[in-house]
Ligand binder design. Structure first.
Ligand SMILES: [Zn+2]
Length: 290
């Protein structure tokens, strides 16, 4: 029987020791930080990229609340506009650029909420999984690559609907593989194929985000190939925000940092990460470590 996961409560493990420890540590840090003084950080001009993976039915209220809280101090801009602003040193106020990774069907519900706030997001998808309807294939993929129970993926019709709503589509490799474990030839073939398929189905697709997102899941070879095959931007999932560079920043040197958000996290934990990014802001964040 096809039993797709529809609710985050089916995945969440609230009583795990790890979750408890994490919440405790964050609560202590937040207490020390004195959240009453956060406003002065949130008004700092910068570009903050935020991304989610899923927006299950029981996470939509939290997404709406998050958008509401963020909209108080930030202007939502598209991934493309955010990149333009970083490259052209046009960071005159606090901006947020939203994205999602992995292309789950429930991203359609997230888009509805983004639309409510007139926010254009970039959906990073794996073209090899779009329109995949074989339950066993999806089950295995979610378990092996994403460490999740089976979650339904977008169709090409959904993808085109997102584009029609004004959102952007980005690439996330064909099948969500760890680029750090691939040969140069395999990376190039995979990137070329995803570029070809996405540009055929979606019009110009110029954004790329590497799977798993930490610097250890990528390398110099991967970075160079992203731009060689035709993509124009490359995103990580390393935390941080972007401020202007004092010297000329070339497109192929820009390493986009994105903060991961799970909508189930307490709001003050999400805000804690944003404030922390402002405190640690540095133009070094605009560059790759390799
Ligand atoms: Zn991913």
């Amino acid at each position: 029987m096809e039993n797709y996961t529809l609710r985050y409560s089916d995945i969440r493990k609230p009583n795990s020791l790890r979750a408890k420890a994490r919440n405790l540590v964050l609560s202590v840090l937040i207490f020390k930080q004195n959240l009453k003084g956060i406003e002065k950080y949130l008004v700092v001009p910068r570009i903050q990229f935020l991304y989610i993976h899923h927006a299950f039915a029981d996470e939509l209220t939290q997404l709406d609340q998050l958008m509401q809280v963020l909209s108080k101090h930030h202007t939502f801009i598209s991934h493309s506009e955010a990149v333009e602003r970083i490259l052209n040193n046009q960071i005159d106020k606090p901006y947020i650029a939203l994205s999602t990774d992995d292309g789950f069907k429930n991203n359609m519900a997230a888009a509805q909420i983004f639309n409510k706030y007139d926010a254009k997001a970039c959906f990073f998808i794996n073209p090899g999984l779009i329109d995949e309807h074989d339950f066993e294939t999806i089950k295995t993929h979610c378990k092996v690559k994403l460490h999740l129970p089976p979650v339904e993926f977008l169709t090409w019709q959904d993808v085109n609907e997102l584009l029609a709503q004004g959102h952007e589509i980005g690439a996330h490799t064909m099948y969500h593989d760890n680029i750090a474990n691939m040969s140069e030839q395999a990376i190039e073939e995979d990137m070329k194929l995803s570029y070809e398929i996405l540009n055929k189905n979606c019009g110009p697709v110029t954004h790329f985000a590497f799977p798993y997102g930490r610097f250890s899941h990528f390398n110099k070879t991967g970075k160079e190939l992203v731009f060689k095959v035709g993509y124009q931007t490359c995103s990580s999932a390393e935390r941080g925000c972007h401020i202007p560079s004092s010297s000329e920043l070339k497109q192929k040197d820009l390493c986009i940092r994105r903060d991961h958000v799970i909508l189930d996290w307490p709001m003050d934990h999400i805000i804690y990460f944003l404030v922390n990014n402002v405190k640690n802001r540095s133009e070094k964040n605009n560059y790759f470590p390799y």
